[in-house]
Structure formats: C-alpha cells, structure tokens
Design a protein around this ligand. Structure first.
Ligand code: FHN
Length: 446
C-alpha cells in the first residue's frame, strides 16, 4: 500500500512537470542562466559563421582532414591568411538587416587554429598571420554596439594540438607525434575558454562541437561547464555532441535537422522537454566557404525552415561561410536580406513565440504567444484548412499580411479556416488566431 502511494506521488510529480531529480537540476540553475535560456528561446533566429584558415582553399572547413594535409603544410597555409577586407561592422549590419538576434562564430574549428588572440598558443590569427588583428574582438565590439548577442563556437576536437591524444575517429597520419598529455589539452581548452569569457565582454554562450570524435574520453565537462558558468553566469552552454543533454548544458542543438527528426543520421531522436532548442543549417551544402558549392536553398525553403523550427519550439541558426578575404558572397547576403525583409512583415509570428498547439504538419506549423496562435500555411492547395482543436475558443482570426478577416468554423472536434489565396510572393500565409485563453501548448516549459 505504501509502495502504491509512493508510486502515485511520483506519478503526480511527473504529471506536474518534474520528476524529483529534474526539479533539483532545474533548481540549481542560476537565475541569470534561466533568464538567458528564456531570451534564447525568444530569439528564434541566429547567424552561424564558419570562417578560418580553411576558407582560403574554398573547399569547406574539413579540407585539412579530407585532403590529408600535414600539420606543417597547414601551418604554412595559416601564415598566408590575411583577410584584409574583414569589416566587423559590415558583418553585423548584415546580421541586423537579416533580423538575427545572435551570431555564433567559429573561434577555433577542428583544424586547431585560433581565430582570436590567445596566450595559450601562438597558433592564432593575431600572432601567426600577417593580419595581426583579432577579428573576434572587432566582432564582439560591433555586436555589443548593435545589441546582437555573440556566441563562440569552440571545437573540442583538434587536428593540430600535440596533446589531443589518444586521437579519436578522425585520426590520420598528419605529422603529429603518437603521444600527448590529455590533461594538458584540457587545461589548454579551459585557458582559452577563460580568455573568451573574460576579454570579449558579455558572451551569449559557448557552442561546443567535436566531442563526438571521442565520445567516451574523460572530457571533464563538469569542470569546463562550471568554469563557464562561474566566469559568466548568463552564458549558455550549447553542446553539439548529438546526445541527450547533460547537467550544465543549456540548449539542445540539432545539426541539419529539426528537433527529433534525425534525417541527418547522427542526431539523437530524444528532444528535451525543458531546454530551449536550436537547429543549425547550411545555406548551401557547406559550413566553411566552398567555392564550387552552388546548391543554395531558396528563400522560400529557408523561410520554411525558420517556420518549422519555430513550430518545433526551436531557433534556426543559419550558416554562412565568408570568403578568405573577409567578404561575404552575394548568394549569402541576398538570402539574408530577403529573410530580413520577410521577418519585417511576419516577425511577430516568429520572435518571442513558442511552439503552437498543433505540432508541425506537412502543410506547415503553428506558433503561439499568449492567447494568440499563428497558423503558418507553407504548402496547402485547398481553400479550407482543417485543424484539430486549438485548446481554447476562438475570438477572431485574420490574415497577418493585410489584416483581412478569416472565416472560421469551430466544432467540438476542431477548427476550419478559410484561407486567403496563395501567391507566389508569399512563402508562408500566416493566419493570426486570437483565442479566449492561453491555448494548451503541446510541450511545456520553454
Ligand atoms: O564537423 C563539424 C562541422 O564542420 C560543422 O562545424 C558542424 C556545424 O554544426 N558541426 C560538426 C559536425 O557535427
């Protein structure tokens, strides 16, 4: 009987949204981080930037690995890196026009080259190249001036550092010694993270990548995450390890996939019910600058990703790969400008929303803010759209663009909306549905 009561109590706690263990984990998260998570969930749109020595070869950020370039040759390549046309203010102006709320930039990718001035190694842009400047400093200043948050991508995998040993799944014979001191490597990373979190003003967070190269290595994540949260209590830890989130992590990010979809094959299908979510996406098929990759997604497709991400309760982190001279190719700028123009009209149905009462469907997705549900119709040929119940009575419905009233039929089992005609210049017909009460979200907490 006592056991039954205990089981019932546990079930009640679960139904209330928190197993005891989870409640403890939530309780131990500092208020600054909880506020930062809410900010992140509101932000909805970020700009990802992959930029480094690899950009010079125009073949993506994995070129060192793919072409099996020896450390010594890559080191020489790095001595020639001189992105003289880099203009942080222009990059941030583009980000602002696009309507992104944050930027995540590679501070160090798998090639091990630091794109910022660091005392931990001379293998960095300010000390190793003729450029001599610290572009991340310039970017941080421009972001702060514009009110855009800056996150640093940081690779845990390193194809250059002698102490990244034993090597992981991406090892090849590139001229490194077959020995190394792992604890020295961890100290090196923590020293660099300390610099990133103390020299660049307020940082949105650290976006980790590459742990998947040695998933079972003693990464001592608690120490590293503790360091980050001690240095900047509002900085978020965003791990791209493709696993279930662990304690100390703040965002669950999915690569080239909507949450849980795992069409890429390496993401987990587990989706956190507590943490904000993010989907990172290439605009063509490459992260770093790739001179032959012209498979750019259309603006309509990109709007669809942004909408479906929001409908899944996730942000879209959309990538560009700037050129080695520091300029950004017109394919990227044109699409970012178009997305900004789209958001100037439809942004109220994206920013500050959470996933809506109807989970994403083939025809589109729903988002919500308070009593208002936004029905995003991306692909539906018929004049009537039947929906399940929105969980609350409907007060009024109208088309977001132009505000024309939308006829609605409500029954006990659902709602039917009469749609405005589709038009070629409108990738997403947004119907604003104002309800009489906060509709039940199909996932809580974010
Ligand atoms: O290997 C990297 C890749 O180069 C790129 O940085 C992406 C971005 O999400 N992440 C890794 C693959 O998981």
């Amino acid at each position: 009987m006592n056991r039954l009561r205990a089981a019932l109590t546990a079930a009640t706690l679960l139904a209330a949204g928190g197993a005891p263990a989870r409640a403890q984990a939530v309780d131990s998260v500092a208020a600054e981080r909880l506020a930062a998570r809410r900010w992140f969930a509101d932000a909805k749109f970020g700009l990802f930037i992959h930029w480094g020595v690899y950009s010079q070869l125009g073949a993506g950020e994995w070129v060192m690995h793919n072409r099996k370039i020896a450390v010594a040759d890559y080191e020489w390549l790095a001595t020639t890196f001189n992105p003289a046309k880099f203009d942080a203010v222009a990059w941030v102006a583009l980000a602002q026009r696009a309507g992104v709320r944050y930027i995540t930039i590679t501070s160090r990718h798998h090639d091990g080259f630091s794109m910022f001035k660091t005392g931990a190694t001379r293998y960095n842009i300010a000390d190793w190249t003729p450029f001599r400047r610290d572009p991340l400093h310039e970017l941080a200043d421009a972001c702060h001036a514009a009110g855009i948050k800056l996150f640093f991508y940081y690779s845990q995998l390193d194809w250059h550092h002698p102490d990244y040993w034993p090597r992981g799944g991406t090892a090849w014979n590139n001229g490194r010694r077959d020995q190394g001191d792992w604890s020295r490597y961890l100290a090196f990373m923590n020293a660099q993270l300390t610099e990133l979190l103390t020299r660049y003003g307020d940082v949105g967070g650290i976006w980790f990548d590459g742990m998947w190269d040695k998933p079972d290595a003693p990464w001592q994540l608690d120490t590293t995450y503790g360091l980050i949260h001690r240095l900047q209590p509002g900085a978020l830890v965003v791990p791209n390890h493709h696993q279930r989130p662990r304690p100390g992590e703040d965002v669950q990010t999915f690569e080239q996939d909507l949450p849980g979809a795992n069409s890429a094959g390496f993401n987990t299908s587990y989706v956190s019910g507590d943490l904000p979510l993010e989907t990172s996406l290439t605009m063509n098929g490459s992260w770093g600058f790739n001179i032959t990759d012209k498979e750019f997604k259309s603006v309509r497709t990109l709007v669809g990703y942004l909408v479906r991400a929001a409908g899944n309760g996730a942000n879209l982190l959309l990538n560009i790969g700037p050129r080695p001279d520091g300029t950004i190719s017109p394919e990227f700028t044109a699409r970012l400008d178009s997305l900004g123009a789209w958001l100037a009209v439809y942004g109220s149905a994206i920013y500050g929303t959470r996933r809506g009462p109807v989970s994403p469907r083939g025809w589109g997705a729903t988002t919500r803010r308070g009593d208002t549900v936004f029905v995003h119709v991306l692909d539906w040929p018929d004049p009537l759209l039947p929906l399940p119940s929105l969980g609350a009575r409907i007060r009024t419905a109208y088309v977001l663009r132009g505000r024309a009233a939308v006829p609605v039929v409500e029954t006990a089992v659902g709602v039917t909306l009469a749609l405005p005609p589709a038009s070629a210049d409108e990738p997403d017909r947004v119907i604003v549905v104002v309800t009489s009460g906060s509709p039940a979200s199909n996932r809580s907490g974010r």
